[in-house]
Design a protein around this ligand. Structure first.
Ligand code: BG6
Length: 458
């Protein structure tokens, strides 16, 4: 293990009994633990209002992880998990947290990672609680760190995002705050930098001269399920369009960053989003039938569960190239892709009369499986000279020999190392909302159409 990471580390999960924590954060932490990639002596403290004990919390984590891992390592891991009951808005919970931290630290000062897996309306209250017991400041002036991880949504408009940032910075410095968008940490998304800038084959063609359009899709066949109350407030575009999909596009479309430094990469991503222009034509806003009966959804809700929009990027490289985004729930397929469609070339071939344009389509797929495919045109074997499309296929999910995988493992791994590359910068957040505000206005103008569960609107 990296010798720098010998310092004891305390991870505090605010709202740590929720779905995100059980389904994503704990499996990720355990994965790091099982591969000896967490700092030596890492303790995890769950802070939530539910009245349960440490044993019950451990049992919930055990239930989630046990079927995939040997019980021995899991039991060692669970010994490092502790539960602290407390509400966000009363001081006694924070006092208990402080007491636990002091007990844990003794005469050393552990590094502290606070993970806010709570709705943003509680941020202010949590900070107040932390300030009251002086946990917002690092306990050692000269050594170690205290950091804050925050989950999306980072506001619901540009204005609210600015207010939220102001709240965050009442208590923490810029370099202490890590804005999580787990799509930035997905392997296939990160792979765009390696793929684009390490293969001579594509980068010279990566521009308006050769590219017909870019398509970013996040189609999910599962419905809103138990998340009705949250989803109804945000809708499909705020849920994944304003964040995950913009991140996917920014990696596809960014200029070559000056270096691999966090600042250069964040700036290169932000520049893409900053130049985005929403095109109102061909917008679709739709809701699946039966959505209104989902628990937590307001009667007669007009929230979209599917959208399709078009945009373009106003810069030299991409001027005039259409970008198509579509995403939603309860659709006919589960598909998350970044697709680059190249312009067709006049072929020297026998036309079959099917009007096919002979485009090459390069697809980076995250779902249903991780793979890269490239459609190329070849002659049909045999005595005829017709063209056919064949697909070059690079399975990416073959992770044999890969130790730690998963986006949230990367979130913790980088945050603990203080690397902000795969977290959203403030500039990026504001650029994203400036674009999103226009999209949301455009969506509001569109009549909501209905679609059947299991069908994708066109
Ligand atoms: C979340 C959205 O941020 O991302 C969910 O709130 C969505 O609605 C999820 O299903 C998709 O993430 P993943 O990692 O399952 O592709």
């Amino acid at each position: 293990m990296d010798t720098k990471l010998q310092a004891p580390t305390s991870i505090v999960l605010f709202g740590g009994t929720g779905d995100l924590s059980i389904n994503m954060l704990f499996p990720a932490l355990f994965d790091l633990y099982a591969h000896d990639t967490l700092p030596h002596d890492t303790q995890v403290f769950v802070y939530a209002h539910t009245d349960i004990t440490t044993e019950i919390m451990r049992e919930r984590v055990r239930e989630k992880i046990l079927h995939t891992h040997s019980s021995k390592i899991l039991e060692y891991f669970l010994e490092q998990v502790h539960y602290i009951q407390g509400s966000f808005d009363t001081p006694d919970g924070y006092a208990r947290l402080k007491e636990e931290m002091d007990k844990r630290d003794g005469d050393v000062c552990s590094n502290k990672l606070f993970y806010l897996s709570v709705p943003p309306r509680f941020f202010d209250t949590v900070f107040e609680g932390l300030r009251a017991v002086n946990l917002h400041e690092h306990c050692d002036k000269d050594f170690g760190w205290t950091r804050l991880l925050v989950e999306k949504p980072f506001g619901h408009s540009l204005e609210s995002a600015k207010k939220l940032e102001a709240v965050l910075h009442t208590t923490f410095e810029q370099d202490q705050v890590f804005h999580v968008d787990h799509y930035l940490c997905k392997d296939m998304v990160r792979n765009m930098i390696s793929f684009r800038f390490s293969n001579t084959l594509f980068e010279p063609l990566w521009n308006k001269e050769y590219i017909e359009k870019i398509v970013i899709k996040m189609h999910e066949s599962k419905d809103v399920s138990t998340r009705g109350a949250f989803y109804d407030q945000v809708g499909a575009f705020r849920d994944v369009g304003q964040n995950h999909m913009l991140e996917m596009l920014s990696f596809v479309a960014m200029e070559r960053p000056r270096s691999l430094s966090p600042k250069d990469i964040q700036q290169a991503r932000a520049a893409v989003v900053d130049n985005m222009i929403f095109k109102g034509e061909h917008t679709i806003r739709a809701q699946y039938e039966g959505y209104n009966e989902t628990p937590g959804v307001a009667p007669g809700s007009q929230t979209e569960t599917f959208f399709k929009i078009h945009a373009c990027i106003a810069n030299e490289r991409w001027k005039g190239v259409p970008i198509e985004f579509s995403a939603g729930k309860g659709l006919g397929e589960t598909e998350a892709v970044m697709q680059v469609v190249f312009k067709s070339t006049p072929c020297l071939c026998v036309e079959k009369g099917d009007g096919h344009k002979h485009e090459n389509v390069l697809t980076f797929s995250l779902k249903p499986q991780e793979e890269i495919t490239l459609g190329v045109w070849t002659k049909v074997p045999g005595i005829k000279d017709y063209l056919q499309e064949r697909v070059l296929h690079l399975p990416y999910a073959n992770t044999e020999g890969v130790a730690v995988k998963g986006a949230y493992s990367k979130v913790f791994y980088d945050a603990i190392r203080g690397d902000q590359t795969l977290f959203k910068g403030q500039e990026e957040i504001y650029a994203g909302w400036a674009f999103a505000d226009k999209v949301l206005e455009g969506l509001r103008e569109k009549t909501l159409i209905n679609y059947k569960l299991g069908e994708t609107p066109t």
